[in-house]
Structures are given as structure tokens and as C-alpha cells.
Design a protein around this ligand. Structure first.
Ligand code: SF4
Length: 305
């Protein structure tokens, strides 16, 4: 229920958004009320594409730091705001540029494929970026036997299972998705025997093995919209259920685990969005030398549909 204060906060956000010529982008894991105020809701790949083509002067990125960085990498002439400067990604922080440089020295012939959930400095050391939506396609078209994939070992294992390619994997992981266990999936299966099961490829392989599909969040949204899907067990961050329910009235969605919550995504609230537009802070920028190198890897990601 929206109370008067919340309502007026939304109105103030919309008014300021117009005055600043801003666009609000929200990841599928954001609080429902933040998704509802956004111009676009999507996954990293979709939001990167929108950031690259928008003619707004200001991008308010309701997500985590690497997403705002990617928006700046693609649109450096715009002001990119992240309503809470502390919204990071523990997985992205599991590899530094220096660690990647060391690893590249160990594997001098390897093509480096980096999940977009990484810092700009790490992207700048990479040949390709990918998202969970296009990782399989990116790796499939690499004409090199030796591939180093960072930082998510579980997305890496998933890509190996779908492509048959050998890859050296960095041992990073998403703390939110590893919270989903095979026991969670089996319990849901017992409780909802007629339901389909879809999980995110950041989940552990033993969880993916129990699912009907492993898809990016945009893939999950499309899958849920299929006419034959009536009940769906969803193994990713719980807030995606907001959009699934909104877009599919009458269907039933069951979170595989109530513990699959990303605390960093939850740092963005409506009042922080408002404050961000009022003060035009916190702003996210990337030094030009790093941005240019990172952009080459991000551009290769965006070229592969
Ligand atoms: S859900 Fe996982 S990968 Fe995504 S931002 Fe949170 S910690 Fe990072």
C-alpha cells in the first residue's frame, strides 16, 4: 500500500527526473517499489544496452556499483548516479586487476572472458565481457583453445557444460546464489509437484542439475510468460518475483529459497533515489585510460546477441 508520504516521494522523484532529463534503470533484484518507479527494469545486458543508447543526460542506476560503472564506460558524457555508493558486489570483489594480471602471466596464450559482474579495472584487463544471458554465445565463438573465465566459477561451469569448451576458472562465486541448496529445490518439488523449476546459472551445478532450465533473469522473465507455465519454482534473488507476479497475474511463483537475498541490491531505496536526484550524487566515474580498455571488452559483449 502506498501512503501519502511515499506517494509524494514518488511524485518528487518523477518531477526531478524530468527536470534533470534523467532515466532511471533498475535491476530485476531491486525492491518492488524501486522497480515500479524505474523507466526500465532488466538484467545487466538489457540495462547496459539501454545505457548505451539513451539520450538522457543523467542515468540513475538502481543496482550495484559494477552496473553503474558499465553505464559510465558506455556513456561517459552522461552523469551516472548510484543512489548508495556502498552498493557493491562481493563476487566482483573476488578478483582484482592485479590478480588477473598475475593469472594472465601464468596463461599467456589464453583469451580472457570476464563476467560483467566485475570491476572496470578487471574488465580493462579482459578480451571479452559476457553476461549470464550471452555467456554461452560469447564462449562458443572464441577461436582459441585456451580460455580463462573470471570471476564466477559456477557460471563458468555452466558455460562449460553447454559448450563443451575447456576453460580455466577463477574460484569466485555469488554469495546470494550459493544460498540456494539442492534440499531447497527438492523441498519445493515435493510441495509443488506440478511446478517447473528455473534457476540462475550463478547457482551451484548440483542445483542446476535439478532444474528444468538455467536462465539469466531476462530469460526467466520470458520463460515465466510462456502459456504452458502455470506454477514456477524460481531459483534466483527473491525480488524477481515482484516483476514475475506483476507481469503474470494468475500464475504461481515460488521462491526456491527465501534466503536468496542480495544485501547490496537492497541498499537502494526510494528515498535514496530521491536524494540522489536532488544532490546529483553519488556519481560513478571511471578513469579514461581504464574506461577505454574496458569498453573494448564490453563492446564485444554487446555485439553478441
Ligand atoms: S546477486 Fe550476487 S552477483 Fe548479483 S550483485 Fe548480488 S552478490 Fe553480486
Amino acid at each position: 500500500m502506498i501512503n501519502r508520504r511515499d506517494n509524494s516521494m514518488e511524485e518528487r522523484i518523477l518531477k526531478l527526473k524530468q527536470e534533470r532529463n534523467a532515466v532511471i534503470l533498475a535491476h530485476n533484484y531491486q525492491y518492488g517499489e524501486v522497480q515500479d518507479i524505474a523507466d526500465y527494469v532488466g538484467d545487466s545486458l538489457e540495462l547496459s544496452r539501454i545505457a548505451a543508447r539513451t539520450d538522457a543526460d543523467v542515468i540513475v542506476f538502481c543496482g550495484v556499483h559494477f552496473m553503474a560503472e558499465t553505464a559510465f564506460i558506455l556513456s561517459p558524457e552522461k552523469t551516472v548516479l548510484l543512489p548508495d555508493a556502498g552498493a557493491g558486489c562481493p563476487m566482483a570483489d573476488m578478483i582484482t586487476a592485479e590478480q588477473l594480471r598475475q593469472k594472465k602471466m601464468e596463461l599467456p596464450g589464453a583469451t580472457v572472458v570476464t563476467y560483467v559482474n566485475s570491476t572496470a579495472e578487471v574488465k580493462a584487463e579482459s578480451d571479452y565481457c559476457c553476461t549470464s544471458a550471452n555467456g554461452v554465445k560469447v564462449v562458443t565463438q572464441i577461436d582459441n583453445e585456451e580460455i580463462l573465465f573470471v570471476p564466477d566459477q559456477f557460471l563458468g561451469k555452466f558455460i562449460i557444460s553447454r559448450t563443451g569448451r575447456e576453460m580455466t576458472l577463477w574460484p569466485g562465486y555469488c554469495p546470494t546464489h550459493v544460498n540456494i541448496s539442492p534440499e531447497d529445490i527438492n523441498r519445493c518439488k515435493r510441495d509443488y509437484p506440478g511446478a517447473k523449476i528455473v534457476v540462475h546459472p550463478e547457482c551451484r551445478p548440483e542445483v542446476i542439475a535439478l532444474a528444468d532450465e538455467a536462465l539469466s533473469t531476462s530469460g526467466i522473465i520470458r520463460y515465466a510468460g510462456r502459456a504452458d507455465i502455470r506454477e514456477l519454482i524460481v531459483g534466483t534473488e527473491v525480488e524477481i518475483l515482484h516483476r514475475l507476479k506483476k507481469e503474470n497475474p494468475g500464475k504461481k511463483f515460488i521462491p526456491a529459497s527465501e534466503k536468496a537475498i542480495c544485501p547490496d541490491m537492497k541498499l537502494i531505496t526510494l528515498d535514496k533515489v530521491l536524494k540522489s536526484l536532488e544532490t546529483m550524487t553519488p556519481e560513478v566515474k571511471v578513469p579514461e585510460e581504464i574506461r577505454v580498455k574496458a569498453k573494448a571488452a564490453v563492446d564485444r559483449m554487446l555485439e553478441i546477441v
